[in-house]
Design a protein around this ligand. Structure first.
Ligand SMILES: NC(=O)c1ccc[n+]([C@@H]2O[C@H](COP(=O)([O-])OP(=O)(O)OC[C@H]3O[C@@H](n4cnc5c(N)ncnc54)[C@H](OP(=O)(O)O)[C@@H]3O)[C@@H](O)[C@H]2O)c1
Length: 299
């Protein structure tokens, strides 16, 4: 085990918390080799109690970032949730990482960041470019496929109404769990591969909306019907629900992304990086059955 210091941004987030658990428990990184950052250090008190070096880092305050990153060797830059501000804020983080001499940087990107029609793809494309243009010698861009968890966190209405409106047609996506993506991010920051690589992290199977709905129905005893629509019909329908413009654009472009096969594929990068296979959708549904059933019942 090297004595490199590993810094994790977004350590308070759902992905970041899990990355740190894996680093401590599965990769046996001593707590005193970990640095965890948040805009609010108090949110990381539990980690501080374990001996992790907890620091404040706000990507919108570039002047503070070099001090926050100082002394780190490997840095995991977890994309932030502030859609619309990420090109600039992530660039601030990449520049600070470069200026403090980070030896290896990992970034959590998205599938086909440079060609995808998804409304926020340009932010990941800009961040990837900031990394490739930087002086950082070793980096790994993780093009994370969609989380299975989006079903519960963003598309709960599909479970509740049992109607899945989609313009994705037969487009397939190779989604995987947030836990598996956290494990891959932990592997990347711990292993710090030499050189520059972009890895595509897919789940073990690529499924159409119909195939996903059938698996959900089987696991949860539901009767979700997939309703195929054109882009225009889906947009009009979502607008009729009073959804904000940004959400309508997000949902419709995610379906265009699926239809264009931007999240399809059978890359083995996950297995190569981690040495294990990610959970498939049926296994994830089984593991999360109680939580999903509660959502379906509107609880
Ligand atoms: N592939 C997918 O399907 C999918 C789905 C959802 C999200 N994502 C992406 O994956 C990322 C991680 O997912 P998650 O579930 O862990 O999201 P999350 O729980 O919402 O965490 C977002 C993190 O962003 C940090 N953050 C926000 N603004 C920041 C700023 N100005 N400076 C520094 N940090 C800032 C927050 O840290 P503090 O508040 O502690 O500062 C928080 O830890 C998301 O942010 C998003 O980019 C991907």
């Amino acid at each position: 085990m090297s004595d490199r210091k590993l810094l994790i941004t977004g350590a308070s987030g759902k992905l970041g918390q899990q990355v740190i658990k894996y680093l401590l428990n599965d990769f046996n990184i001593p707590a005193n080799q970990l640095i965890a950052t948040s805009r609010n250090a108090a949110s990381l008190r539990e980690l501080a109690d374990k001996g992790v070096d907890v620091r404040e880092a706000d990507f919108s305050n570039p002047a503070s970032l070099e001090a926050a990153f100082a002394g780190a060797d490997n840095l995991l830059l977890i994309s932030i949730d502030a859609i619309g501000q990420r090109s600039e804020l992530h660039r601030n983080a990449v520049l600070a990482a470069q200026n403090v001499g980070i030896k290896h940087l990992t970034y959590t990107s998205m599938p086909a960041a440079d060609t995808s029609p998804v409304v926020f793809a340009f932010e990941h494309e800009a961040t990837e470019k900031a990394i490739t243009d930087s002086q950082i010698s070793n980096w790994t861009i993780l093009r994370n496929n969609w989380y299975f968890e989006n079903l519960a966190e963003f598309f709960a209405s599909t479970l509740q109404t049992q109607a899945w409106l989609t313009a994705a047609k037969e487009g397939k996506t190779a989604q995987l769990s947030r836990l598996d993506l956290a494990y891959a991010a932990a592997a990347s920051v711990a292993k710090a591969l030499n050189g520059k690589q972009t890895l595509t992290l897919n789940g073990p199977e690529s499924l159409t909306t119909e195939q996903m709905a059938a698996k959900i129905n089987q696991a949860l005893g539901l009767n979700i019907q997939v309703i195929h629509q054109s882009d225009e019909e889906l947009k009009a329908q979502l607008e009729s629900f009073g959804l904000p413009e940004g959400i309508v654009a997000l949902v419709t472009t995610m379906d265009q992304h699926a239809r264009g096969a931007f999240s399809d594929g059978s890359s083995q990068d996950f297995e190569v990086l981690t040495g294990r296979k990610p959970q498939d959708f049926s296994q994830w549904l089984e593991a999360n059955k109680a939580m999903l059933s509660q959502i379906a019942q509107g609880a």
